[in-house]
Design a protein around this ligand. Structure first.
Ligand SMILES: [Zn+2]
Length: 75
């Protein structure tokens, strides 16, 4: 389905999920098209494959954060 606003002025992406410090998922507020940044910081369509990568990145990111927190409280 084509959205008139998007075809005229382009998509208006808002961040829907922060995956890591560098990777986020976005959704267009007009047509609901979903995009994601990848590890290189490039915007790519949020495919099921990219979603898989993102959830993996997210769990790695959380583990790293947890580990860092533990290290800092060990003193
Ligand atoms: Zn759009």
């Amino acid at each position: 389905m084509k959205n008139l606003i998007c075809s005229l002025v382009g998509h208006d992406f808002k961040e829907t999920k922060k995956v890591t410090n560098h990777v986020s998922e976005f959704q267009c507020i007009h047509c609901k098209k979903q995009m994601s940044t990848n590890e290189n910081g490039d915007l790519t369509p949020l495919t099921s494959k990219q979603k898989e990568i993102n959830s993996l990145l997210h769990s790695i990111h959380r583990k790293k954060k947890k580990k860092a927190a533990q290290v800092s409280t060990d003193y």
